[in-house]
Design a protein around this ligand. Structure first.
Ligand code: WTA
Length: 632
């Protein structure tokens, strides 16, 4: 077949299948993926409404799905409230005194909330919001460090039907300002300080700067963590504790239309201003509930630890909503994986008996750099299910993660996006794993790899990752920008285009190859960034790698690689040649970088994704576009 402009070259091949242990399989909710998947896809509406019936609704739907391409409504006509299902449903049972959240601060502090206590706190906060005159549909910006008040504030907004916009507390004043302005928030909830590897971060001044230009903000609520307490300017600025004091610990959850917006979460576009992704109460609740339950095989006995920050979507879906919907015990920890030392997370896993651990490839590669002696110091035998999210997990990192946690715990490599709301492509514990592949679509989800016209490409050919049917947790729009929403469904006709390139192997396993925007075109071959980076990282000297395309006279583009070396690795021309030889052996000539530069760090988003466009702009002396999500 002749190669067209739209084909992608996939050079990587799997060499290992990891089967679930008898123990994992015996425990799993889903025993036979193929059969369940087949059933779910034969009638997705029946599948999703079956799931929805496991949750509480104030009044039932008349229609499961109303699909007016590209606009979806799920559970049409029903009323519900996601917090009723996160809280009330549990406090009416024995779970009332079950631990909901264990929080560990960067300084080692510990706070524990039972479901009953979380319920009361949320209700007080909901009443306090009402006392400010907030009503259904009003927006609240939450700019808090990773402390329990962040969770309380989110749930309190949702309880009264206010829409929360959580902004990660590492963002600068201009980034915060534009997000408050776009949302037209009436209230901002913040703290005096956050901590980052022991460093104090003055959040209140950032808010002061941002709010100075935001006319809609009536009230700024401040959690004061430090003594002596910082001064607040009444009546606009109020102290969190005083604000809640005297409020009743009961506040009925507002019965909301299933399509009522739950939150706006801003995600960076490649260029231009951030997009306010809108999720709703009903469908999002159903999607996050069931994915948390089945992917992590979540049971009442588990202690579930997700290292994300609620400032990004993984925190929304898989620290707060999904686990609480399931009545789980959640461990959440402020701070970085290597502070005060690289044993931080392993120690927490031992200390709190964590059984489910959900992290990111970038964190794993960071921990790999420090070596296996750190995880070896701790008893990790309580773990039973592992997770990964955020980027393709390169097989090297996969194997390390698998090995240091005992060699038998399955890794759920979960692929999804802010826009998708829930995990869409992922193994379930019963599914045989191929390190580096996110494996198969979740139940009820039809994923494929297609060309620009929407035709499926043959096995192992690269193409665009798409979802062919609506799913309940999908975003409903981009806030105040419906045109930008439609692009997701119009780029390839009748498909949701994720913007990722991917290949599907003979067994239907999906291998994500990076963002379509980052694809490099070498002599007519379109190469995804992930494979080349993965090949580089599989060399023993390399800790991290990023590749970009640079204009090249004859080849169109040439690959340039940036690599971070492992501790104590000598630099030099021999090493560069060795790396090129290594990529040649792993992937073939076409993928060998023309240039390799050793760097001390790589530009990353605050959620740990490498920003290749920033590297590229810098390399080519161009404007990098929106860099508000850039960490440092
Ligand atoms: C990438 C994070 C490969 C992908 C939940 C996607 C992944 C983008 C994976 C969304 C994975 C996330 N394998 N790639 N398991 N998980 N991605 O919106 O490029 O922060 O489009 O959502 O991350 O990033 P976002």
């Amino acid at each position: 077949m002749e190669k067209t402009d739209e084909q992608f070259e996939s050079l990587q091949r799997a060499d290992r299948i990891v089967y679930p242990t008898a123990e994992t399989k015996a425990a799993a909710y889903i025993q036979d993926y193929e059969a369940e998947y087949g059933r779910s896809i034969a009638d997705p509406e029946a599948f999703w409404s079956g799931v929805a019936k496991e949750l509480h609704w104030f009044s039932p739907w008349t229609k499961v799905l109303e699909w007016t391409y590209p606009w979806a409504k799920w559970f049409v006509g029903a009323t519900c409230n996601i917090t009723y299902n996160c809280l009330d449903r549990h406090v009416k049972t024995w779970r009332k005194n079950k631990v909901a959240v264990i929080w560990v601060g960067e300084q080692g502090e510990e706070r524990v909330f039972t479901y009953g206590e979380l319920f009361r706190q949320v209700n007080r906060c909901a009443n306090a919001l009402k006392a400010l005159g907030l009503r259904t549909g009003d927006r609240v910006t939450i700019y808090l460090p990773k402390i329990p008040e962040q969770i309380v504030a989110m749930l309190a907004c949702a309880r009264i039907g206010a829409i929360h916009s959580v902004v990660y507390s590492g963002f600068s004043a201009p980034a915060l300002e534009s997000r408050i302005q776009d949302a037209e928030s009436r209230v901002v909830i913040t703290a005096d300080v956050g901590y980052d590897r022991g460093k104090r971060i003055d959040l209140k001044s950032v808010v002061d700067q941002a709010v100075a230009n935001c006319g809609t903000v009536e009230t700024v609520v401040v959690v004061r963590r430090e003594k002596p307490e910082i001064a607040l300017a009444a009546p606009k600025e109020v102290d969190w504790e005083n604000w809640l004091e005297g409020e009743q610990a009961s506040c009925e959850a507002e019965p909301l239309d299933a399509e009522a917006p739950l939150y706006i979460l801003y995600t960076s576009g490649t260029t231009g201003k951030p997009k306010g992704v809108v999720h709703v109460h009903g469908g999002y609740m159903v999607g996050t509930y069931i994915t948390t339950k089945y992917v992590f095989d979540l049971k009442d006995e588990d202690v579930y630890f997700c290292v994300a920050d609620p400032g990004w979507v993984t925190g929304h879906s898989y620290i707060v909503y999904g686990p609480l919907l399931n009545g789980a015990t959640i461990l959440t920890a402020e701070g970085k994986p290597d502070y005060p030392n690289p044993g931080r997370w392993w120690r927490l896993i031992e200390r709190y008996g964590v059984s489910i651990f959900y992290t990111t490839p970038t964190a794993i590669r960071l921990l790999m750099k420090y070596g296996e002696e750190w995880p070896k110091k701790y008893d990790l035998s309580g773990l039973r299910i592992l997770g990964s999210v955020g980027e393709p997990i390169n097989p090297e990192a996969w194997e390390w993660y698998h090995r240091v946690t005992g060699g038998t715990k399955p890794i759920m490599d979960t692929w999804w996006q802010t826009e998708t709301g829930m995990i869409l492509v992922t193994p379930l514990p019963c599914v045989p794993l191929k390190p580096g592949s996110a494996t198969r679509p979740f139940l009820g989800v039809e994923a494929d790899v297609v060309d620009r016209e929407g035709h499926s490409v043959p096995a192992n050919a690269g193409g665009f990752a798409v979802i062919k049917k609506p799913w309940p947790a999908m975003m409903r729009t981009i806030y105040k920008d419906p045109d930008r929403y439609q692009v997701y469904w119009n780029t390839i006709p009748h498909c949701y285009t994720a913007g990722d390139v991917c290949r599907k192997d003979e067994q239907g396993y999906l291998w994500f190859m990076g963002r379509a925007d980052d694809v490099i075109k070498v002599a007519g071959n379109r190469i995804g960034t992930a494979e080349v980076e993965s090949a580089l990282v599989s060399h023993p000297a390399v800790a991290e790698a990023a590749v970009i395309g640079k204009p090249h006279q004859t080849a169109g583009e040439a690959i340039k690689a940036f690599v971070i070396l492992k501790q104590g690795q000598p630099e030099g021309r021999d090493l560069i040649q060795a790396l090129k030889d290594h990529v040649l052996k792993e992937l073939g000539k076409i993928a060998v970088p023309r240039e390799i530069e050793v760097v001390p760090s790589l530009p990353k988003t605050r959620s740990g994704k490498i920003m290749r466009r920033v590297l590229k702009a810098k390399e080519l002396g161009q404007d990098p576009g929106d860099i508000s999500t850039l960490e440092e």
